[in-house]
Design a protein around this ligand. Sequence first.
Ligand code: ADP
Ligand code: TRP
Length: 336
Amino acid sequence: MTDSSAKKISLTGIKPTGSLHLGNYLGAIKPGVEMINSGDYDCFYFIADYHSLITVHDPKVLKEYSYEVAASWLALGLDPSKATLYRQSDIPEILELSWILNCFTVKGLMNRAHAYKAAVQENNEHERDPDHGVNMGLYSYPILMAADILFLKSNMVPVGADQLQHIEIARDIAQVFNHHYGEVFTLPEGVVHKEQAIVPGLDGRKMSKSYGNTIPLFLTEKKLKKTINKIVTDSTPPEEPKDPNDSLIFDIYKLFANADEIKELDAWYRKGIGWGEAKAELFKVVNRQLEAPREIYNELMSDKKKIDLILEEGAQKVRPRAQDFLNQVKQTVGIN
Ligand code: ADP
Ligand code: TRP
């Protein structure tokens, strides 16, 4: 048996709130899979289903999205013999830890968390009560996320840049606790790749399920082409030279193409390229990367028992660690 205890722990979670998109792939899944394949980390990746319950209140939909997240990880390279994939809700100790952390989190920290602030800002813009539609799940979301990260003594958390604030909050909460009781929690670090920190969506804003501006990962080729064609462009005529550095299509292209391809498209832009042609080039490189995973994804989605089995095995590996650590934390605070 290999001794993995010396390895650093990499952990990340994805909420099952909709079909995953290129931003999720480049921001979280790809770097997560690279960490698995490097052999340098003990990797734990999970489906944050309790986080989704904040917004998804249809049981069938929540279940389906959870399978989609699991199948996406597996199709995009997570090998369950090398890394652990599990469902957050299979580890109830996370919720117990979350309550304990609640008692060490000052309310002001939650007031500043960006998901809550964005909801308040939107309510203010619409002249509604500032807390309209805000449930306590949304408000205390970062505390559950801190519990997700801290119970496994995670060192590295691969995420898109939007999640860095939450990792800072997890560190803050851990430090308050450690200051009082000694070094119980390991302080996590966010891992963000510079180029793919924020992948833009069809409208140029951050690609996000909540903005409806995504390019989903596992569309049919035909639908993928159609979605890419929706990228917003201006009315510059085809023959006119264009600045590749001021083009959403080129921004996304760079994330999927190799250096020679980038150089060639750059030259074509400067010579004059039609937006339809640029979009066709983008489709080629994106589709090239997704072709093989798409088949695996579709197979898995039609054999959910296989996914269940992998998730059960994952939970069996994680749960004893969660139980041990929670016992330690409970003893530390004087409960048990
Ligand atoms: P969404 O914003 O679409 O709801 P999630 O919040 O579920 O996505 O994000 C899951 C993971 O994917 C997180 O690590 C997040 O930072 C990353 N991610 C999401 N959108 C992007 C993006 N546009 N660019 C880079 N990373 C992203
Ligand atoms: N909050 C993350 C998101 O919206 C999902 C998440 C939940 C997560 N728990 C986590 C990410 C722990 C990293 C580590 O994308």
